[in-house]
Write a protein that binds this ligand. Structure first.
Ligand SMILES: Cc1ncc(C[n+]2csc(CCOP(=O)(O)OP(=O)(O)O)c2C)c(N)n1
Ligand code: SF4
Ligand SMILES: [Mg+2]
Length: 292
């Protein structure tokens, strides 16, 4: 074991991700938790593109590429076959925010409703990155993308809450700067006999426009400013995992990324209010001890 995780690696060192991309770190941690008896279903996304340029692959596990919209449907079929054969193989879906919040949501909702034992992992880099940084339902308020040149006018879609409303056993948010927390959450997700969802924060160097060496620094700042909340929703009950004693002003986070370089004072206030509102909603749910 190293840093509380097994030494086995299921992603080979060769891949085409940008320098500083957190996707290889995140997938290494997650597959260490799921182990060698795992099948990966990977929706079209940056992760799929950078790990599978034909005829090469970075994957040391059975892996299937699916279309952008149907990863949860393909995984459901695999799970039904695995179940029928009496095996306990772990099935992981890896999809981007576009493949989860937007075009993949219908298939995902069906998978959750049918109760398949699948852990669906969303890598949230807050835009459609491999096609050129177009806005998605996950893009945060006022962020620049190529299709929101003046900043996005809408708030981020609360996808984890939508997913939890399907009454599934486990939903969690995670961040690669808190690697053991991510590892433990995947282990826990796979311990349930039903669907689970892990929402992973995943900065993108060219899409967010920051220096590649700052990835983990930005990951930490996201949590310390409250811009990314770490929580679990287990059988409908919300538990916030980390509440910063005193939140660092969000401006410190925003100024690390050029996608926010155009913001006015009012825009920053809107973002602060958005963060506060999300925290209040989750705190109220936790305090109420009522099931989502
Ligand atoms: C039906 C369909 N529409 C559009 C595309 C083009 N396309 C492929 S991946 C992608 C964006 C993926 O975004 P996301 O899921 O966030 O993954 P990321 O690239 O950011 O990792 C798009 C628009 C496609 N493959 N299929
Ligand atoms: S474009 Fe972004 S998400 Fe894609 S490989 Fe590069 S850093 Fe990673
Ligand atoms: Mg994306």
């Amino acid at each position: 074991m190293i840093y509380g995780m097994p030494e086995e690696e299921y992603i080979a060192p060769g891949h085409g991700a940008c320098a500083g991309c957190p996707l290889p770190i995140i997938t290494r941690i997650i597959t260490k938790a799921s182990g060698e008896d795992t099948i990966i279903v990977n929706a079209t996304s940056c992760l799929e593109v950078v790990t599978s340029p034909y005829p090469h692959t970075s994957w040391k596990l059975p892996w299937v590429h699916t279309a952008f919209e149907n990863s949860a449907a393909v995984a459901s079929g695999i799970e039904a076959a695995v179940k029928k054969s009496g095996k306990k193989t772990n099935i992981l879906v890896f999809a981007g925010d576009g493949g989860t919040f937007d075009i993949g949501l219908q298939a995902l909702s069906g998978m959750l409703e049918r109760g398949h034992r699948i852990c669906f992992v969303c890598f949230d880099n807050e835009a459609y990155m491999n096609t050129g940084v177009q806005r998605s339902g996950a893009t945060p308020l006022h962020a620049w993308t190529t299709t929101t040149p003046l900043g996005k006018k809408e708030r981020k879609k609360p996808v984890a809450e939508i997913i939890a409303s399907h009454h599934i056993p486990y939903v969690a948010s995670a961040n690669p700067a808190y690697h053991k927390d991510l590892y433990d959450k995947v282990k826990k997700a796979l311990s349930f006999d039903g669907p689970s969802f892990i929402h992973v924060y995943s900065p993108c160097v060219p899409g967010w426009k920051y220096e590649s060496r700052k990835t983990i620094h930005i990951c930490r700042l996201a949590v310390e400013t409250g811009a990314w909340m770490l929580y679990e929703i287990e059988n409908g009950f919300v538990k916030i995992n980390r509440t910063p004693e005193k939140r660092i002003p969000v401006e410190e986070y925003l100024k690390t990324q050029k996608r926010f370089s155009h913001l006015s004072k009012k825009d920053i206030e809107d973002i602060e209010n958005d963060i506060e509102d999300s925290w209040q909603r989750m705190k109220n749910l936790e305090k109420a001890k009522a099931r989502i």
